[in-house]
Design a binder for this molecule. Structure first.
Ligand code: SF4
Length: 615
């Protein structure tokens, strides 16, 4: 529907909700969702702001294709200054919440200030009000969603909320919608919790009208869906195995970070793979995977719905966890599994369910457990400090630590800090495997060189969804590049980062890029939105968004030193597999990347670059 052209501004301090017109000049320059909301955020918030102070703001935003018939058009993003990172944060989620926001007639909701008491925001079309949430505080995500739906007497109300992790100050708390879809990274849920905002409940009945050219839009979206249906990854690999299709592939190529990146191949990878989720268990003769699932309007359906083994030690006396639930996705399975050396699929799914139920990021949590296990292995952390033996590979420790982190109990409080703060506290900052205090996802930079550069330069800290060069370096999309070389990776990373900025701002899922290029998105946007959306305009929008985010981070105090990888990846060669003997070539790639970006050698965009992009 293009834009609804309406913004809801919620002042949590005063308890007011006001409607205002969307800035359409900015919409033409930043498109929507990630780009447009970041523009609003940067115009209104001091880059030096403490992320957990009332002066930080938080924006929930849809894109112009959210809620439309474009495939995967159900996305929304949360933009703020990240609690975990102190950098610009933009976390993107699927499910049905984003489309409902659009149906209610809002492009974005801006939250400012801090409520004096717990509240939730209730939106029914044009009507929006803050309601008391005292009865919801202390409740899990799953309980909160159930209570709100019952209160509203409408099962079609869509809810996003924080769990106890967001209330307890876990630095990597998520905002979870539709029970198991999450704006997961950088601690956006921690910011929401700091504002005493428990949940947002939305019901929209306006539908998705307002497409600029209905006939052209129908034609463009049908053609784009055909491309997804004819592509092997989006029509077979992802629906069948989900993102978990990658576990064995990445392990084979020696790029599966294992035991806090000490190793690059995991002997238990097969047991926690997408293939294993299909296999019947010896205990009950059932497979963990029940079915795949789709977010709003998605014709890929990569989501996993699974049932845990009822006799597994983690849930044997907990029937509340025996039902079908979301997971496992690849990044979570890797972080809870290989990163900690744990090869117990059922334990991983239980820990993953806790992450969904209590609202914390499984990537950062699993990596932090991996770091804690290394500290334990080195004798720096003891059994007494942790409250249990915690060697690499211990499924018991993983499960117990997930429970303790969710509740903020004992050593769980320290795990809630994330690996950067934890490792610094115990005198080993170099053992935190991340960038800008955010932990790596599931690809080792020694075996996939471009990902190392993408991590180091990601504006929200280490992230696979800011420039997913795995597509090219592993899957050959759109062209195959050698994962072990650094040559050409600066341009490759820049191209992926800029294109992803557009996809994240359009309202569609980045997984479409396994099949679509910008040229497949462009006709859909041009038909939906006024203003003439050519390829040139979209390319400029993507680059502008990336540089705008960079300017915010630079003003927040980040420098070229923060575009770096932990020493382990630069000095400890991969021990096995095709990347054996390799370290990351980040120091060679970084200056090439700055040059490709039009930045000076300190990583600051030059005057010419800013002028070219209209910044
Ligand atoms: S591809 Fe997967 S994550 Fe993306 S919209 Fe579809 S189901 Fe959701």
């Amino acid at each position: 529907m293009g834009w609804t052209k309406k913004v809801l501004r919620v002042d949590l301090t005063k308890g007011t909700c006001k409607s205002e017109a969307l800035n359409m000049k900015w919409a033409q320059e930043y498109l929507g969702q990630r780009g447009l909301a970041t523009k609003y955020f940067i115009e209104e918030v001091d880059p030096k702001v403490d992320p957990l102070s009332p002066a930080n703001k938080m924006i929930m935003a849809t894109g112009p294709l959210t809620g439309t018939m474009a495939s995967t058009g159900g996305r929304y993003s949360v933009i703020t200054k990240g609690a975990l990172t102190g950098a610009i944060a933009c976390s993107n989620s699927g499910g049905y919440f984003g489309a409902e926001m659009k149906f209610a007639g809002w492009d974005m909701v801006i939250f400012e200030g801090k409520s004096p008491k717990p509240v939730y925001l209730a939106i029914e079309d044009d009507k929006a009000e803050l309601r008391d949430a005292a009865h919801l505080w202390g409740k899990t995500v799953w309980q909160t969603e159930e209570i709100i739906k019952k209160t509203h007497q409408d099962p079609q109300t869509r809810v996003c909320s924080i769990g106890r992790a967001g209330e307890n100050g876990v630095m990597y708390a998520c905002i979870v919608n539709d029970l198991h879809r999450a704006a997961g990274r950088s601690g956006v849920g921690t910011v929401m919790g700091s504002k005493n905002l428990k949940a947002v409940a939305i019901r929209g009945t306006k539908g998705a009208g307002g497409i600029r050219d209905g006939k052209a839009f129908m034609k463009a979206t049908v053609a784009a869906k055909k491309i997804l249906a004819e592509n092997a990854v989006t029509s077979q690999g992802l629906p069948t195995y989900g993102t978990q299709v990658l576990m064995n592939v990445i392990n084979e190529m020696g790029a599966l970070p294992t035991r806090n990146h000490r190793d690059v191949q995991f002997e238990g990878a097969r047991k926690i793979s997408g293939e294993a989720m299909h296999e019947k268990r010896l205990t009950d003769g059932k497979a963990q995977l029940v079915t795949n699932a789709a977010c709003f309007g998605c014709t890929i359906a990569c989501g996993r719905i699974s049932k845990i083994d009822e006799s597994h030690f983690s849930v044997v006396n907990k029937p509340e966890y025996w039902g079908a639930s979301g997971g496992l996705e690849y990044e979570a399975a890797w972080a809870l599994g290989a990163a900690a050396g744990v090869g117990d699929l059922e334990a991983l799914q239980y820990a993953n369910m806790l992450c969904n139920e209590e609202g914390f990021d499984p990537i950062t949590f699993g990596s932090t457990v991996g770091a804690a296990m290394e500290l334990y292995d080195l004798g720096i952390l003891t059994k007494e400090q942790i409250g249990m033996d915690a060697p690499f590979g211990s499924a018991q420790a993983l499960v117990k630590l997930a429970e303790m982190t969710a509740k903020g109990e004992g050593f769980g409080k320290e795990l809630g800090l994330g690996s950067a703060r934890l490792c610094a506290k115990y005198g080993k900052p170099e053992l935190s495997m991340g960038v800008k205090k955010q932990e790596f996802p599931a690809y080792d930079s020694r075996g996939i060189q471009g990902m190392g550069l993408a991590y180091a330069t990601s504006n929200r800290g280490a992230c696979h969804l800011r420039g997913y060069t795995v597509a090219s370096e592993v899957l050959g999309i759109p062209v195959k590049t050698d994962p072990l070389v650094t040559e050409g990776k600066a341009d490759l990373v820049k191209a992926f980062q800029d294109a992803t900025s557009v996809f994240d701002s359009a309202g569609v899922c980045v997984f479409t890029t396994f099949a679509w290029t910008l040229a497949d998105l462009q006709p859909q946007l041009d038909a939906a939105c006024e203003g003439g959306w050519s390829m040139e305009k979209l390319a400029a929008v993507g680059e502008r968004i990336w540089n705008m985010e960079r300017l915010f981070n630079n003003a927040a105090g980040f420098t070229a030193k923060d575009d770096d990888l932990p020493p382990r990846l630069k000095t400890e060669p991969a021990k096995t597999g095709p990347a054996k003997g390799k370290v990351s070539g980040i120091d060679k790639m970084r200056p090439e990347y700055y040059k490709a970006r039009g930045w000076d050698d300190k990583g600051v965009p030059t005057k010419e670059t800013l002028a070219r992009l209209g910044l």
